[in-house]
Ligand binder design. Structure first.
Ligand code: NI
Length: 175
C-alpha cells in the first residue's frame, strides 16, 4: 500500500474524463488499496482515482457515523447512476482537491447506482443522505467536474484564485 500525492485545483488533470475499467485485475485492486490509504491519511470521506492522477473510473468512500465510529470502506468501479430521486438535498461540500474550501451544493437526495466490485462482479446500491451526496460528488470527478462547478462563477473563481495563491506561497517556501 502507498500514500499517493493528491492533485489540487486548479490543475488541468482534474478536468480529464476518466476511462471505464475494462478488467478488474490486481493493478485495480492495488489502486483501490492505495486510494483508501491516501484518503485515510488526508482525513477525507471520498476520493476519485483522477485526484491521484489515474484516469480510471474508480472511487472510494468511507463515512463515519454520527458518533464518529469508522465507516465501512466502499469501493466503486465504473459506477453509473441508474435512478435518482426528484427530491433534493443541500450539503456543505468539501474536496481533498480544494483544501479548506466548502460550498453548499444541491443534488438528488436518493440515487441507485450500478458498479463493479473489486472482484469484477456487478452490484447495485441504493443510497440516500450524505452517502448519496458523496457518491455523486465523487462521480462528478470522473467527468472532470468539481463541486465548485456547481456554484456561481464569482465564488468559484475566488476559491480557485486563493488556491493558486496558496500554491505559489508554498512553492516560494520550498525554494
Ligand atoms: Ni472531491
Amino acid at each position: 500500500m502507498a500514500i499517493l500525492p493528491i492533485i489540487t485545483a486548479p490543475d488541468p488533470r482534474l478536468k480529464i474524463i476518466s476511462q471505464p475499467v475494462e478488467t478488474v485485475d490486481d493493478a485495480i485492486r492495488t489502486l483501490l488499496d492505495d486510494m483508501l490509504e491516501t484518503m485515510h491519511d488526508a482525513i477525507g470521506i471520498g476520493l476519485a482515482a483522477v485526484q491521484v492522477g489515474v484516469d480510471a473510473r474508480v472511487i472510494v468512500i468511507e463515512i463515519a457515523d454520527e458518533e464518529g465510529n469508522k465507516g465501512k470502506s466502499l469501493e466503486f468501479i465504473n459506477p453509473e447512476i441508474v435512478w435518482s430521486s426528484a427530491e433534493e438535498r443541500a450539503h456543505e461540500e468539501g474536496c481533498l482537491s480544494l483544501p479548506e474550501h466548502f460550498a453548499e451544493v444541491t443534488r438528488p437526495d436518493e440515487i441507485k447506482i450500478s458498479y463493479l466490485d473489486r472482484d469484477g462482479k456487478k452490484q447495485q446500491l441504493q443510497a440516500e443522505g450524505i452517502l448519496s451526496t458523496c457518491i455523486q460528488h465523487e462521480m462528478d470527478h470522473l467527468e472532470g467536474v468539481l463541486f465548485v462547478d456547481h456554484i456561481s462563477a464569482v465564488r468559484r473563481n475566488m476559491i480557485l484564485r486563493k488556491l493558486k495563491k496558496l500554491r505559489r506561497m508554498n512553492s516560494d517556501e520550498a525554494d
